[in-house]
Design a protein around this ligand. Structure first.
Ligand SMILES: Cc1cc2nc3c(=O)[nH]c(=O)nc-3n(C[C@H](O)[C@H](O)[C@H](O)COP(=O)(O)OP(=O)(O)OC[C@H]3O[C@@H](n4cnc5c(N)ncnc54)[C@H](O)[C@@H]3O)c2cc1C
Length: 400
């Protein structure tokens, strides 16, 4: 039962919870929702140092797809895409989920080979995928410049028709509303500053609003995960980078699909309201400043103009950055840590929005059963010592 006047309560923290989730972005909220819905665990708090979903959840370009190369990745991202397909109904909220198709452009022979290989791998995994030549790309998206005189000519593209976008704020609010309705405490303005660890087990978190005891602690802090884990004595193989995006002024509908290009480093869609939403590659340096360098935005716009000459007179409305947590194999890390009771869900880097429901689903299962969900198992932290890496740099090379 949800409250008619507001989406969630604003409770003070209780002294103790069965599960404390650190980070109130999409992944933290989805985890709380599925903990309650799938596992009946409702003595749960989500602690957010700022305001709910004001981190990467508010800053991403909302591209959703599941066309990753390796079996393990295709399985978890496809699970997520299937959840997206029923999520508006399930949460009783219009998430503006729009399966308008995602193109990944190829600009050289290497891209073409990689794209075709990925289409075949996707089909073997039951993920919809098509290969389009340059003429078919032009037919699917008429405003793309496919001239062979471009600096990086379009030689073809992969197309996932079930891919698309959703409205990120609505996703966060809908998950928050349902989690709250189950009795989960969503606590904003509450920064986790440390962990109480007794006999190798986490027993409480220290926060800007006092000590909170916890049966289990689940990190879902995206770009700040390595900073937090260090306070529990764990060094993670993650690097935090700014990732920038921008929106144009509102335009009439001109683009009805999502276009991504690794080689020229831009990805673009048109939001329901009318803005062109464009993302860049990561800023090369490590940082926690949510701004990023102007030269990156400049290169991103140059790339966009080459692909879409029609954008040349569109004006930029605003630019921003989020802090993304990049792992060495461009795949997430999900599961237990060397500290008993302390769990991690991180490393989604530039591409975790699409995983929001799937990630929450497998993380909640992992927390409830105290062992990894089968889809999460390959993404354990120990793969960086066993060498069983899941290298998704091809599918995830451009931020998205
Ligand atoms: C510009 C940009 C474009 C992107 N585009 C896409 C895209 O098109 N498609 C896609 O799939 N993904 C995309 N991503 C990636 C995606 O946004 C992230 O992978 C995903 O949002 C991460 O999960 P989250 O939503 O839980 O993170 P966040 O929303 O960042 O949540 C983490 C939360 O933890 C909180 N926190 C941190 N430290 C503490 C602490 N000590 N105590 C309490 N709380 C704390 C933060 O305040 C934050 O709210 C993009 C990211 C950016 C920045």
């Amino acid at each position: 039962m949800t409250h008619p006047d507001f989406l969630w309560r604003n409770p003070d923290p209780k002294p103790a919870y069965d599960v404390v989730i650190v980070g109130g972005g999409g992944h933290g909220l989805a985890t709380a929702y599925y903990l309650a819905k799938n596992h009946g665990l409702t003595n749960v708090a989500v602690l957010e140092r700022g305001w709910l979903a004001g981190g990467n959840m508010a800053r991403n370009t909302t591209i959703i797809r599941s066309n990753y190369l390796w079996d393990e990745s295709a399985a978890i991202y496809e699970h997520s895409l299937k959840l997206w397909e029923g999520l508006s109904d399930e949460l009783d909220y219009d998430l503006q989920f729009s399966q308008r198709g995602v193109l990944n452009l190829a600009h050289n022979l290497g891209d073409v080979r990689e794209g075709r290989r990925r289409v075949n791998a996707n089909r073997l995994n039951g993920v919809d995928a098509e290969w389009l030549d340059a003429d078919e790309v032009k037919k699917f998206c008429p405003i793309i410049n496919v001239s062979d005189r471009a600096r990086y000519p379009v030689m073809g593209a992969t197309l996932q028709r079930r891919g698309g976008i959703a409205k990120h704020d609505h996703v966060a609010w809908a998950l928050a509303r349902q989690a709250d309705a189950y009795g989960v405490d969503l606590i904003q303005g509450c920064e986790v500053t440390g962990f109480e660890i007794t006999g190798g087990r986490v027993t409480a978190v220290e926060t800007s609003r006092g000590r909170i005891a916890a049966g289990k602690v689940a990190l879902a802090a995206a770009g700040h995960t390595s900073v937090l884990a260090e306070r529990a004595g764990i060094r993670l193989p993650l690097q935090s980078h700014p990732l920038q995006a921008l929106v144009s002024e509102l335009l009439e509908p001109v683009l009805d699909c999502v276009v991504m290009s690794n080689a020229v480093h831009v990805y673009v869609s048109q939001a329901h309201k009318g803005e062109l939403v464009m993302g860049a590659g990561i800023d090369a340096y490590n940082s926690y400043g949510q701004r990023g360098g102007v030269h990156v935005i400049e290169a991103q716009m140059a790339a966009a103009l080459e692909l879409f000459p029609i954008f040349s007179r569109a004006r930029v409305l605003r630019t921003w950055a989020g802090i993304v947590d990049v792992s060495p194999d461009a795949s997430p890390i999900i599961g237990p840590t060397p500290v008993d009771g302390l769990y991690i869900n991180a490393g989604w880097g530039t591409g975790g929005f699409k995983a929001t429901p799937g990630s929450g689903w497998v993380y909640a299962h992992t927390l409830a059963h105290e062992r990894p969900h089968p889809l999460a198992e390959p993404f354990a932290l120990d793969r960086f010592t066993t060498g069983a890496l899941i290298d998704e740099h091809g599918a995830a090379a451009v931020a998205h």
